[in-house]
Structures are given as C-alpha cells and as structure tokens.
Design a protein around this ligand. Structure first.
Ligand SMILES: NC(=O)c1ccc[n+]([C@@H]2O[C@H](COP(=O)([O-])OP(=O)(O)OC[C@H]3O[C@@H](n4cnc5c(N)ncnc54)[C@H](O)[C@@H]3O)[C@@H](O)[C@H]2O)c1
Length: 248
C-alpha cells in the first residue's frame, strides 16, 4: 500500500544516513521526493537509484544553514513538482563539546546547521505548505533534545530548541492545515556514530532496553507515519524512537 501517494517532499540531509532512509521509504510509498544535501555525489546517486527502482526522486544542493539557499530550493521544488506539501528537516551535525572545550566558532556552527536551519526551512516553506489541504513538517531532534549529558552542550542546545520551535510552529500553523512534529532518535547506526568504536556500539546496544542500536529505518517509519494522512490529528508531538532509553 502506498501511504504517501499524494505527497511531494523536501528532505534535508537526504544523501546519507537517516535522511537517505526517509527518502527511500517515502519514494517507495509513492511520494515525489526532492533529496537535498551538501553532499552532491551521494545525493545525485541516491536519486538515480530511487528512479531506477520506479520512484520519483530528484536531487538539489541545499546548505540548510544558508537562508538564500532555502529561497532557491523552494523555487526548485515548485518547478519539479508543482508544489510541496511535506518538509523533513533532517540535516544535522555533531561534535563533542562542553563548557570547558567548546569554541565560539563550534557553538555558532552547531546552531547554524542544527537550529537556524530548522527555522529557515519552516519560515521559507510555510506559505507554500499552507496551499495544500494536508501538509506536514517533520523536524528531526534527538534523544539529546530530551535529556542532558556532560559532553555535548552545543548539540543539546540545538536539539532542545528544535522541539520547542516545533511546538510553536505547530500552534501557529494549525489553522493552515500544516502539522508540525518532532522525532527524537536514540542512537542510530549512521556516519554520525562513526566516532564510536564497535565495542562502544555493542555496549550502547546492550544498555538499550530493546537490546540494540537503532537502524535508520526505525526513524524513517516514524517519519512515514507523521508525513502521511494517517497522522492527520497529530501535531506538536515529540515522537521518541530510542529503543526505550527515555523510559527509565
Ligand atoms: N545517528 C544518530 O545516532 C542520531 C541520533 C539522534 C539524532 N540524530 C539526528 O538525525 C539527523 C540525521 O543524522 P544522521 O545520523 O543520519 O547523520 P549523517 O551524518 O549520517 O547524515 C547527515 C546528513 O546531513 C548532511 N548535512 C550536514 N550538514 C549539512 C548542511 N549544512 N546542509 C545540508 N546537509 C547537511 C550530510 O551531508 C549528511 O548527508 C541529524 O539531525 C542528527 O542530529 C542522529
């Protein structure tokens, strides 16, 4: 069953990891997908692979921290698909940081890529999304937007901000039939986790109530639900997909 047959979606950071899983699942479910990323090689190749598999997918360059890029991508999406009714703000970055170690440059970069990006995306696309009878924004936060830890202060700041920007936008846009929700992934096996050793990954898996590290598709299925009309009464929520970490 194609659950997104009436959807046209922009996915940021869609070339790799969780974003690529979302783009793939969305295309398999009938959405027309505009994959955006700063990694042109991987993004172009994924779009081609999805077309080869019978899906509808294009790639366009978008640095989410650049507001001018967002204006251009809106025009690109409209010219490819005639309009946009789904936006997935997934692109993100991580580096370890604490009060003692973080530089102002590191702090500003993290805010630009993880936080301003989500504001820019929602601000740029909201009028276009509101033209649809049923539109949806899915913002990817993190379990680290829910709990703290000692060595990720910049990342925590941005991911907590995403949750509350989501709630504010959900209330602002509810009257325009634009739903806005957050997904909070736990530890997911992607390039972002490449910094940890296989032994550390095993230990995280064993410490997770459901006994493993997450896969990109665990998050993609949450995005599929939130983007579909099955979630038409769902807005402003925090969808934790973390194998049970936050339950304890
Ligand atoms: N992997 C995890 O354990 C985990 C946990 C919680 C939340 N998240 C969040 O999930 C999202 C996806 O992460 P991932 O694990 O797939 O990471 P990833 O590193 O595998 O993929 C991130 C993608 O974003 C792109 N990107 C980076 N900076 C960009 C920019 N300025 N403009 C456009 N694209 C940019 C990269 O090129 C890459 O394709 C991020 O927001 C991340 O914070 C990941």
């Amino acid at each position: 069953m194609k659950r997104l047959h009436n959807k046209t979606a922009i996915i940021t950071g869609g070339a790799n990891g969780i974003g690529a899983a979302i783009a793939t699942l969305f295309a398999q479910h009938g959405a027309k997908v505009l994959i955006t990323d700063i990694n042109e090689e991987m993004g172009t190749s994924l779009a081609q692979a999805l077309r080869n598999a019978g899906g509808s997918a294009e790639f366009a360059h978008l640095d989410v921290s650049n507001y001018d890029n967002w204006q251009a991508i809106k025009e690109t999406a409209i010219s490819h698909f005639g309009g946009i009714n789904t936006l997935v703000n997934n692109a993100g970055m991580y580096h370890p940081s604490n009060l003692a170690s973080e530089s102002l440059e590191g702090w500003n970069k993290m805010l630009a890529v993880n936080q301003s990006s989500v504001f820019f995306g929602m601000k740029s696309m909201q009028a276009e999304l509101a033209k649809s009878e049923s539109a949806s924004i899915v913002n990817i936060s993190s379990l680290y937007g829910w709990v703290g830890s000692p060595n990720a202060i910049s990342y925590h700041a941005t991911k907590a901000a995403v949750r509350h920007m989501t709630k504010a936008a959900a209330l602002e846009l509810a009257g325009s039939n634009v739903r806005v929700n957050t997904i909070l992934p736990g530890q997911i096996q992607t390039q972002m986790l490449a910094r940890i050793t296989p032994e550390q990954a095993l230990a995280i898996g064993e410490a997770t109530p459901l006994g493993r590290i997450g896969e990109p598709n665990d998050i993609a299925y949450g995005a599929l639900y939130l983007a579909s009309d099955e979630a038409k009464f769902v807005t402003g929520i925090d969808l934790l997909i973390d194998g049970g970490w936050s339950a304890g």
